[in-house]
Design a protein around this ligand. Structure first.
Ligand code: GLA
Length: 375
């Protein structure tokens, strides 16, 4: 009798332990959601935490589709947050740096905030001197949905940009899906449809520092960009239209070089950008192909950027000026770099550049993958 009671008790305890274990495993493998606060006009925002089995973690808010933190292991397995950002929603709402956000409708600059399409001239909002820069998607509240699958934890964000928002024609329905895979990739799938001819250029504006956010400048990172040409700019950083060879210039990253090695050279283009703030013409075609690679020697972290886009803006945080960011860290000039996959800046005013025109019958699609590893 006593033996039977003991056996039953052991069985019950074992089942309970297994249950707790399963529930915990389930909780761990599920995307977590927590409040990120309310916007000034009372809209609820949330923070979604995506994890994978190698200890990577991406926290993304539906405010601006912003990557708030991106925790990545170094060569010893120590995890650091490798993107700049803020702790609080209010700082994102007030911020001007586009930290981690989805930018659009048109990532990068449109000269004089004007373009002509189908014979109609559209006037856009000016937010960069006389130019239009990046649009306002980074300050909108997007609708979020967990669409995780066997590919990894996935967050779908949708937003309807109404006809004439910031001056752009057409009701534009935008979808961005972030997936954190078990291959240590943060994959971003963009798609959009319009009900009227318009232009579109979407990207993500993560500011990376592979030594950890706020941990000094990025000048020692080794960078490679798979582009033989870049688009030189005028004084307001608008492309002149020329596609110039990088050969023999500080813009040649076809073989890996330290970001800081030539950044202060007496070069007119570097002077205009106050460092690197230029678009490279990628060698790749239309499939997802490697565009750039960055390596940080102390942590051993490697970032590979692959994309379907024809261009990439390499920006060395030249405008960072002591911004107070996450965990009290201060972001000074060149404390991060951006690799913004995109169509070329000001394409709507450059018929020779790959087209950014979007038509109702032809949905927009674009994919970029940020893959992390160590060396
Ligand atoms: C882009 C631009 C830069 C700067 C940043 C945001 O990368 O090219 O000139 O405006 O965004 O600060």
């Amino acid at each position: 009798m006593r033996l039977r009671e003991t056996t039953t008790a052991t069985l019950v305890i074992s089942i309970a332990v297994i249950l707790v274990f399963c529930l915990r495993a389930e909780a761990q493998s599920k995307m977590q959601k927590q409040s990120f606060g309310k916007t000034e006009d009372g809209q609820q925002t949330d923070l979604y935490i995506l994890t994978n089995k190698h200890g990577m973690e991406a926290a993304i808010t539906n405010y601006g589709g912003t990557v708030v933190t991106l925790k990545v292991p170094d060569r010893k397995g120590k995890v650091d947050d490798v993107v700049l950002g803020y702790d609080k929603l209010e700082d994102y709402a007030a911020g001007k740096a586009y930290f981690g956000a989805i930018v659009g409708r048109y990532a990068n600059r449109i000269a004089h905030a004007k373009f002509t399409l189908d014979g109609v001239t559209y006037t856009l909002s000016k937010n960069d001197g006389d130019n239009h820069l990046h649009g306002g998607f980074n300050k909108r509240v997007w609708t979020a949905k967990d669409v995780s699958s066997s590919a990894g934890q996935s967050l779908e964000l949708t937003y309807l940009s109404k006809d004439r928002e910031e001056g752009f024609p057409g009701n534009l329905s935008v979808k961005v899906v972030y997936t954190l895979t078990d291959q240590n990739e943060l994959k971003i799938d963009y798609s959009a449809t319009t009900d009227k001819d318009t232009v579109i250029n979407l990207t993500n504006h993560c500011y990376f520092n592979l030594a950890g956010q706020g941990n000094g400048d990025i000048l020692q990172h080794q960078l490679m960009i798979l582009g033989n040409r870049f688009t030189p700019v005028d004084a307001s950083l608008i492309p002149t239209g020329e596609l110039r060879s990088v050969k023999g210039t500080p813009f040649d990253f076809t073989t890996a070089a330290a970001i800081g090695a030539r950044i202060d050279q007496d070069d007119p283009e570097l002077k205009l950008g106050r460092g690197y703030d230029h678009n490279w013409v990628l060698n790749s075609g239309k499939t997802v192909a490697l565009a750039a690679q960055a390596y940080e020697p102390h942590s051993g972290r490697v970032l590979e950027v692959s994309t379907t886009e024809p261009g990439i803006q390499f920006y060395t945080g030249n405008f960072l000026d002591g911004i107070r960011g996450k965990e009290g860290k201060v972001y000074n000039r060149r404390y991060a770099f951006c690799l913004e996959t995109q169509h070329f800046p000001d394409s709507p005013n450059h018929p020779d550049f790959p087209s950014t025109v979007l038509k109702p019958e032809n949905p927009y699609r674009s994919t970029t993958v940020y893959k992390f590893s160590t060396r």
